[in-house]
Design a protein around this ligand. Structure first.
Ligand SMILES: Cc1ncc(COP(=O)(O)O)c(C=O)c1O
Length: 396
């Protein structure tokens, strides 16, 4: 039997990237003591008041077909947040509630891109972007982020990738996997590029609430940018709600209409009780959110300190988010081989950053999703692994 050509476009390196993580999960399921640092899933429980509001909503019988664009009160609360950030004129009609940011990215790609289009994406890139874009038939034009520059996005590199076929820029700040944030001057330059080349700007902001140094800027707040900016966000990371699958897109009204049609033929809306919980999360942000953020920051500092004295590996200290890249190039091993050795011999799973793009070669991504004691031990093992496998340098 034959399948559609789409099935070819959505299968690829992106799904293979999770191999190590799957091995780690399988070992843990067999009862082995494995420290899993290979996924961005918060180790915190969803704050209790959010859980309670979902339960209350279920008990109140909110188990029928939902409002398909998203409950008005929830969309109003989301719009109000963007107005507070400085996106003028944004209202509930500019918002659609979808099943997580991932669903948002896929839906946005479907509604913006055609096979003749190109999308400019910095790499390393969060692994699912490739399939989400390729599903549309559009081409991805990658902008390498240099390890020598701690993976910061440079305007000149972005500009150089733009061609007459470019339809959109797809940017993620704070960035997964590097944890870098795009600064205001760069955003202003990006806005100018978007105006000059008449581009859409898709802004994936799932780590926006987890900034430790500097500040997050939503590009829709820049002059005249709201009409061409599509913001994708969710409660997954900020509220420890990865399993709830609750996110949204904030965009010009016309695009929301198309996303609505797509949602109608695929999802038929997001369950009402999840939306009620999301509304509670936004209306009364629990104190636990600040505590989680403080914990990620402390963990980041702990890992950077633990690796600081090594002559073999070094951490790229992230400004935000829940990940940290470790440079293992001096061991002489590929990131894939290093990750496999770390799991096989030291029971710690990390991801090869090369799975996020060729510029990630020689780096592994470690998640800050276990407590500090476990992180200190994981760093000790990572250093031991580096010592054990490092090839002697030619000069010694
Ligand atoms: C950069 C980035 N975008 C989107 C997502 C997907 O988020 P969600 O759980 O809201 O679908 C992730 C998840 O790890 C991510 O890292």
């Amino acid at each position: 039997m034959n399948y559609s050509r789409l099935t070819q476009r959505i299968a690829g390196e992106g799904s293979a990237a999770w191999d190590i993580h799957i091995q780690a999960l399988q070992r843990r399921a067999r009862g082995e003591d494995v420290t899993i640092l290979s996924v961005g899933d918060p180790d915190f429980d969803t704050p209790a008041p959010i859980v309670e509001s979902a339960v209350e909503s279920l008990r109140a019988g909110h188990t029928h077909y939902p409002d398909m664009q998203g409950k008005l009160a929830l969309r109003q609360a989301i719009a109000a947040q963007y107005r507070e950030l400085g996106v003028s004129d944004v209202v509930a009609e500019n918002v659609i509630v979808l099943h997580g940011a991932q669903c948002g990215l896929y839906a946005v790609a479907q509604c913006l891109l055609d096979p003749e289009d190109e999308v400019v994406v910095p790499e390393p890139t969060y692994v699912t972007y490739e399939a989400a874009i390729k599903a549309t038939g559009a081409r991805i034009s990658q902008v390498p982020l240099s390890p020598d520059d701690d993976f910061r996005l440079r305007l000149e590199a972005l500009e150089a990738a733009i061609t007459p076929r470019t339809k959109a820029l797809m940017l993620n700040s704070p960035h997964n996997p590097s944890g870098q944030i795009i600064d205001r001057a760069t955003w202003e330059g990006i806005a100018e590029l978007c105006h000059r080349h008449d581009l859409w700007l898709v802004s994936d902001e799932v780590y926006a609430d987890l900034v430790f140094d500097g500040e997050h800027l939503c590009p829709a707040t820049l002059p005249d940018m709201a009409k061409r900016t599509v913001v994708v966000n969710s409660l997954s990371k900020s509220h420890a709600m990865t399993g709830w699958r609750l996110g949204w897109v904030m965009a010009p009204h016309g695009l929301i209409g198309h996303l609505f049609n797509l949602s109608l033929c695929m999802l038929y809306g997001c369950p009402s009780f999840l939306q009620d919980a999301a509304l509670e999360a936004l209306r009364r942000p629990p104190a636990a959110l600040e505590e989680m953020k403080a914990a990620y920051r402390a963990r980041r500092d702990t890992v950077c300190r633990s690796l600081a004295d090594s002559s073999l590996v070094s951490a790229v200290c992230p400004a935000a988010g829940m990940f940290l890249l470790v440079d293992i190039r001096r061991t002489g091993l590929s990131a894939k081989a290093f990750s496999q050795a770390l799991l096989d011999d030291y029971d710690v799973s990390v991801l090869s950053a090369e799975a996020f793009g060729p510029s990630g070669a020689g780096f592994v991504r470690l998640s800050l999703t276990v407590d500090e004691a476990l992180l200190i031990e994981a760093c000790r093992r990572l250093l031991a692994c580096a010592e054990r496998y490092a090839r002697p340098s030619i000069d010694t």
